[in-house]
Design a binder for this molecule. Structure first.
Ligand code: DX5
Ligand code: ZN
Length: 223
């Protein structure tokens, strides 16, 4: 997957008082996606940003806006994020009794549908939906905060999911994303396990040289 490798810096770790600069950093570093973490203080114990902020950011970037909703009742926010300019809209399998309905709503809004899974959730829970989605976002930390350590066993889960995706002939259709605790030092390991996109928050935005860090991810991913 290395040739298709993409980095999605998570603006969760950027300076929230200056998000335009964060978008500029992503441009200068050559990142493909912008990862936008949406938290509702119910599905996770933290509160971040919503559609109005995404709408204000939209004119300042041409990148793919990868909205990661960590919210209950995700169906209620799909249209708002679609109208705000999201390109992909991802929700959690743990947050919905009817994931297919939410996937269909995202498609009706003309966006890529993403499904995310927390580290302790059995992989079987997402299997029935693989044929319907464009993005599979695998969490390698408990969702809620940036800057946590990569959960052991996540790389093995990626391998199992890659096998599942390949068996179903979905390698070209489903983009697998890993989110949480991704650093320069473990980027190669997770890419080799079969992910297409790395989300990196604190490693990029808490670095002294965020642009250089983004470029270093690409050096590793394309090596
Ligand atoms: C956590 C978020 C992640 C977070 C990753 O709930 O979904 O996207 O920003 O941050 P790092 O890369 O610092 O683990
Ligand atoms: Zn995220």
């Amino acid at each position: 997957m290395a040739s298709d490798f993409k980095l999605a810096p998570s603006i969760l770790s950027a300076d929230f008082s200056d998000l335009r600069s964060a978008l500029k950093i992503c441009d200068e570093g050559g990142a493909h996606w912008i990862h936008i973490d949406v938290m509702d203080n119910q599905f996770v114990p933290n509160l971040t940003l919503g559609p109005p902020i995404v709408k204000k950011l939209r004119p300042h970037s041409k990148k793919y806006f990868d909205v990661h909703m960590m919210v209950i009742e995700p169906e209620k926010l799909v249209d708002q994020f679609a109208n705000a300019g999201a390109d992909g809209i991802t929700f959690h399998v743990e947050a919905s009794d009817d994931p297919q309905m939410v996937i269909d709503l995202i498609h009706d809004a003309g966006k890529d549908a993403g499904l995310s899974i927390k580290p302790k959730t059995p992989l079987q829970e997402i299997e029935p939906f693989l044929e319907s989605i464009e993005i599979l976002l695998v969490m390698s930390v408990e969702p809620g905060f940036g800057g946590q350590g990569y959960v052991g066993g996540s790389t093995e889960r990626i391998r199992e999911l890659r096998a599942m995706i390949s068996e179903k002939g979905l390698d070209e259709k489903v983009t697998m994303v890993i989110d949480g605790g991704v650093k320069l030092h473990n980027a190669k390991e997770v890419l080799d396990a079969g992910v297409d996109v790395l989300v990196a928050g604190s490693e990029v935005f808490e670095s002294d040289d965020p642009v250089g860090t983004i470029k270093s991810f690409y050096d590793i991913g394309n090596s």
